[in-house]
Ligand binder design. Structure first.
Ligand SMILES: NC(=O)c1ccc[n+]([C@@H]2O[C@H](COP(=O)([O-])OP(=O)(O)OC[C@H]3O[C@@H](n4cnc5c(N)ncnc54)[C@H](OP(=O)(O)O)[C@@H]3O)[C@@H](O)[C@H]2O)c1
Length: 313
């Protein structure tokens, strides 16, 4: 599908991924971006669970492509609020798929490595989900409804998201950096949870490549390589030049002894994805996750200025 000068409606564009996707697609297409969190002047209000409002806006704009990034992604919040999780991550998506079908608009939707049970070491694009928490179940049900309702969709499964910088990054990287900003001199990080980061800035380019050159279907899209949360934290410290911080490997069952936050939602042991289809179509433009973290650490001012944590140990 040709995208140049086309009208693209992006939903849930105020988050981590939205920052990169908006920045990339606005270079060559006419983008109309929406969210419920109006944290940018270019965002318009739209709640994807409001079927009538979504249908009205889609009719009014008549986009040639819809990209849905809207989701509830906090695992603990989803565990505590399953009805809200299914309302947004499943029913909102199902309604959107029906609107896309009725108006003959192809849909890009984002799923997650969190739909797997984590018992296997790695997951290629052809694996079937078996989620172990509410977030994973609600996302997998969203995936399934798209596949049941639509033919014209590109569904991407992503890994541990990194992007958006200090203002928008809600996930692991900013959580580690916030611990440093709060004066922590020692970090305790799990080394029995494996996965692959997805760098939003590379991923935005992958979406464009797939939509313009590949058939409809499901695509894994993560950085190259895999590692544990501990491995990721070590590269963050390298990228920030924080040489004085001590970092300890911890097993998930013992994490509560060392940190205040309670990550009570069950998490898959492995969320390591393999980009088989991007490789088969010869468009695997994603880079090694370590390279991407080092780039990400220099892309923003993370507010880590303390001489004490940056000086040579
Ligand atoms: N983050 C990850 O590690 C990760 C990994 C794999 C896949 N994904 C998937 O990638 C996609 C983008 O996630 P992200 O990391 O960019 O998450 P994000 O930063 O939380 O962005 C999602 C945006 O959707 C908004 N939203 C929530 N409910 C909505 C509703 N009812 N209507 C419209 N917008 C709504 C959120 O607003 P609020 O902030 O106010 O809730 C937020 O601005 C999601 O499909 C997610 O499941 C994420």
């Amino acid at each position: 599908m040709e995208l140049r000068d086309k009208k693209i409606l992006i939903l849930g564009c105020g988050g981590m991924l939205g920052e990169a996707v908006f920045g990339h697609f606005k270079k060559f297409a006419k983008v109309y971006a929406t969210d419920i969190d109006l944290n940018e002047s270019w965002l318009h209000y739209l709640d994807i669970t409001d079927f009538k409002k979504v249908r009205e806006l889609v009719s009014q704009i008549s986009p040639q492509l819809i990209i849905n990034l809207a989701a509830l992604t906090d695992l603990e919040y989803c565990e505590k609020n399953p009805l809200h999780a299914f309302k947004v991550n499943t029913l909102g998506v199902e309604n959107l798929a029906r609107i896309c079908k009725k108006q003959a608009i192809p849909l890009v939707h984002i799923s997650t490595a969190g739909i797997f049970n984590g018992q296997k070491k790695e997951y290629d694009d052809f694996e079937i989900g078996d989620p172990i928490n509410v977030y994973g179940r609600s996302k997998y049900a969203g995936e399934t409804s798209i596949k049941e309702i639509l033919n014209d969709y590109w569904l991407f499964r992503q890994g541990w998201m990194m992007g958006g910088g200090p203002r928008k990054d809600k996930k692991f990287i900013n959580k580690i950096i916030n611990q440093l900003k709060n004066g922590k001199k020692e970090l305790y990080v799990v080394n029995d949870k494996m996965g692959t980061p997805t760098y939003t800035y590379d991923f935005a380019k992958v979406i464009e490549k797939v939509v313009t050159t590949c058939p409809y279907g499901t695509y894994n899209s993560v950085c190259e390589g895999g590692g544990s949360r501990f491995d990721v934290a070590k590269v963050i410290l390298t990228g920030l030049n924080c040489k004085k911080i001590k970092i300890h490997k911890v097993k998930t069952v013992n994490l509560k002894k060392f940190i205040r936050e309670d990550y009570f939602a069950p998490r898959p042991r492995s969320e390591h994805l393999l980009n088989y289809k991007l490789k088969l179509f010869n468009i695997n433009i994603t880079r090694d996750w370590r390279t991407c973290i080092l780039e990400y650490m220099t892309k923003f001012d993370w507010g880590i200025n303390s001489k004490e944590i940056k000086e040579k140990g």
